[in-house]
Design a protein around this ligand. Structure first.
Ligand SMILES: CC(=O)N[C@H]1[C@@H](OP(=O)(O)O)O[C@H](CO)[C@@H](O)[C@@H]1O
Ligand SMILES: [Mg+2]
Length: 536
């Protein structure tokens, strides 16, 4: 096998003078630099599967909201979670090995991690619509073949669909079966659960869905075939930005990242005043809503809003079902969550909030500590996870009234509607539509639940971002020394002021976030803290 790995590796040489890192979102960069990385990640996938006794590992080739010329790769663990932390470091090691050291390092990982060579290795993979995808798939399959792994190509999928399939594959035929192991199984599961959750209701007016000209477009079009229609209730969906043939259009002037950073609808949107719109990102694992308010202009309904909406709805259902004393419901956010949303969850909804470092894996992990854990990043990555105890309670509790029976039925449907493996734009969209239909809300009522504090996010270029070390879920700097004291002194001068600085995990920069009582104060605080960071 060593000779095979060496021969295959020689076809995918590493660019010299490049240092790669498995970051918050796997490896991500210009696609032209990625060939050797993908090959080596293929080797890691085989090792990981063997280490876990032959359970299936997922590999997704995507660069999400990045421009079309980029690409990336990330690994999915057997239950559909993000790759375990320590394995990010092994991936980084192998990605940076010199060509001549690849086989030695592969073997040394095998030895260090006590991996049995004879255990079967199984891998499934998929990619988004980027033109560089098929070539990178060749690098991946060269590695899997050389490492003696069995593999299945799911071709084009959204990232969350690949997470779903990974979990389905590993739970097939067990009492924990997550669903049918096929793309169709995904649509059927969501379609049935949506019909059950909606209970014949219909949302008012259509929702316009901007698919970022990415893989979400064709997949949403497919999902529509499985959703209730006409007199059966449901939702009217208008798809825009679903051109996957012209690669240059991917994420161009559209998509969740464009809308969130530019704070405006994509120019292609024809949605009128008060009409609901939402945008997915390039691999459909992130979603944000928005609408035009005739009095106040563009209104963003971001991840914080989706989290508060979901927490309030599920909290009410648990109460109606007589389960609120039995089940611990909580919300997980990062420091980027608007302070007003945190206050709303704690004070108005009466639910606990946990803050974790940036990156979905931290939020997901913290959410599993609750029976119902709602987690979202402000930028729209997120989902809801249910504990075994919650699932059992929804299915075994004897209803004492028709109202209780109905609440339990809706809760059961939600556990199938929500993709519990990872944030899923298509599933999250159906969740939001369900809740708005139940509450008979337009986006205006949703927007009125609380008022965001004005805030500003600034990207500060520094000489070396690695000198910025944080604690307290990234809300405080411990290094460079003295910087936090300066930030604290600035924050104290602003009403409702809050600010923090941290090194980005995906870009070579420090991010400064600030919020305060007014727009100009938030801007002022962000600028002053940026100056402090720059000087450090
Ligand atoms: C402020 C912000 O939006 N940060 C993003 C961004 O991480 P940074 O570490 O801040 O670069 O990319 C991550 C991966 O997509 C995402 O999880 C996170 O929310
Ligand atoms: Mg994404």
């Amino acid at each position: 096998m060593d000779a095979q790995i060496l021969a295959a590796s020689n076809k995918h040489p590493k660019p010299v003078d490049r240092v790669f890192q498995y970051g918050t979102a796997g490896f991500r960069m210009k696609a032209t630099l990625l060939d050797s990385v993908v090959f080596r990640v293929g080797l890691v996938a085989a090792l990981r599967s063997r280490k876990l006794g032959g359970q299936t590992i997922g590999v997704m080739i995507t660069a999400s909201h990045n421009p079309p010329e980029d690409n990336g790769i990330k690994l999915v663990d057997p239950m559909g979670e993000m790759l375990e932390n320590s394995w990010e470091a092994y991936s980084t090691e192998l990605a940076n090995a010199k060509d001549e050291d690849v086989v030695t390092m592969y073997r040394s990982l095998e030895e260090r991690l006590k991996i049995n060579k004879d255990t079967p290795a199984r891998v499934i993979y998929a990619r988004d619509t980027r033109p560089s995808g098929p070539k990178l798939v060749t690098a991946l399959t060269d590695a899997l073949t050389a490492a003696g792994a069995e593999f299945t190509d799911y071709k084009l999928l959204t990232t969350p669909q690949l997470h779903y399939l990974t979990r389905c594959t590993n739970t097939e035929g067990t009492p924990q079966s997550y669903g049918d192991v096929s793309e169709k199984g995904y649509y059927e599961k969501l379609g049935k659960a949506f019909a059950r959750a909606m209970k014949g209701k219909k949302t008012a007016g259509a929702v316009t869905v901007d698919c970022a000209n990415g893989v979400g477009g064709p997949k949403l079009a497919e999902l529509l075939k499985y959703l209730p229609k006409g007199s059966d209730g449901g939702v009217e969906i208008k798809i825009i930005n679903d051109d996957v043939l012209r690669a240059e259009n991917l994420n161009h002037e559209c998509g969740a990242d464009f809308v969130k950073t530019k704070q405006r609808a994509p120019p292609s949107s024809k949605a009128g005043n008060n009409e609901r719109s939402c945008s997915l990102d390039g691999d459909a694992d992130r979603i944000i809503y928005y609408f035009i308010d005739p009095d106040h202009g563009f209104r963003l309904l971001d991840g914080d809003r989706i989290a508060t909406l979901a927490a309030s709805f599920i909290g009410d259902l648990a109460r109606e079902a007589g389960l609120s004393s039995e089940l611990k419901i909580g919300v997980v956010q990062t420091a980027y969550a608007n302070g007003a949303s945190t206050k709303y969850v704690e004070k108005t909804l009466g639910l606990p909030v946990v803050c974790t470092p940036t990156g979905v894996k931290w939020l997901h992990h913290a959410a599993t500590k609750f029976d119902v854990g709602v987690y979202f990043e402000a930028n729209g990555h997120g989902t809801v996870v249910f504990s075994q105890q919650a699932l059992k309670a929804f299915h075994t509790k004897e209803p004492q009234s028709p109202a209780q029976a109905s609440a339990l039925e809706t809760l059961q449907a939600l556990t199938d509607l929500i993709n519990q493996t990872v944030g899923d734009a298509l599933s999250d969209m159906l969740l939001v539509e369900t809740i708005l239909a139940h509450k008979s809300w337009t986006p205006k009522e949703w927007d009125l639940t609380y008022t965001d504090l004005p805030n500003r996010l600034v990207r500060v270029e520094v000489g070396n971002r690695n000198i910025f070390k944080t604690t307290d879920a990234e809300r405080k700097l411990v290094e460079p020394q003295g910087v936090q004291a300066q930030i604290d002194a600035l924050v104290a001068k602003f009403k409702d002021g809050r600010s923090f600085a941290r090194a980005s995990g995906t870009e070579d920069a420090v991010r400064v976030y600030a919020e305060a009582a007014t727009r100009s104060e938030a801007d002022d605080l962000a600028n002053k803290v940026s100056v402090v960071v720059k000087q450090a």
